[in-house]
Design a protein around this ligand. Structure first.
Ligand SMILES: [Zn+2]
Length: 216
């Protein structure tokens, strides 16, 4: 399965590898990944050979393929299928897209939700594509600020709408589970581009984003 994942690595995923100075060919084998997990179990103070932990390295390696599947997702492809907006010229907003990401400083989970909105130019995309875009950038090692920017900028670049708004609200495992007790703390980041940066659309989108009551 890891071999399969390697074969579908996109040019963007390759670029991510190259940024770090190592090509995809230097990606470790599954056996190496599992050995690394055994090392971390020992670092935690437990015995990787004991019954309950014996299959854990294999499970963790499989889980990583899911948690970090975003490297193999290409935002350009995700937003490639577009439709004419057919007369509709107001805000498109998808609320509460589930977010599952990983903090790049501690490799701890980031969980939360994302609102993505745009003001169509000539074209629109299917709503599921907005959720997949969040997934593509979420399932990587991230900081929330960059995640917010990447989602907004990809949408702006590929769809060329008149405005883009992205709001991310998430709690960070590294804050809620260690050191200072920040239980329940949520971090909110946002990026407002184009028409959403100025009135009247700025007030419109902020009002829509603040409205948790759902359709009436
Ligand atoms: Zn962290």
């Amino acid at each position: 399965m890891l071999e399969q994942a390697l074969h579908c690595v996109t040019p963007i995923a390759r670029a991510a590898f190259e940024d770090t100075g190592s090509g995809p060919e230097s990606r470790p084998s599954r056996a190496e990944a599992e050995a690394a997990v055994r090392t971390l179990i020992r670092w935690a103070g437990d015995n990787p050979a004991r019954e309950g932990l014996r299959d854990t390295p294999a499970r963790v390696a499989r889980a990583y393929e899911e948690w970090f599947g975003g490297y193999a997702m290409d935002p350009v492809k995700i937003l490639g299928r577009r439709f004419e907006r057919s007369g509709y010229d107001d805000i498109v907003l998808l609320r509460d897209i589930p977010l599952r990401s990983t903090c790049e400083h501690h490799m701890a989970p980031i969980t939360g939700s994302v609102h993505v909105a745009y003001l169509p130019g000539e074209e629109v995309v299917g709503l599921s594509k907005l959720a997949r875009l969040v997934d593509a950038f979420g399932r990587r090692l991230q900081i929330q600020e960059r995640l917010t920017v990447e989602i907004a900028d990809a949408l702006q670049r590929e769809l060329q709408p008149r405005g883009v708004a992205v709001v991310v609200r998430a709690s960070h495992g590294c804050m809620t589970s260690r050191g200072v007790n920040m239980h329940g703390g949520a971090m909110v980041t946002r990026r407002l581009l184009g028409a959403f940066g100025t009135e009247p659309y700025r007030s419109d989108i902020l009002e829509l984003l603040a409205d948790d009551r759902g359709p009436r």
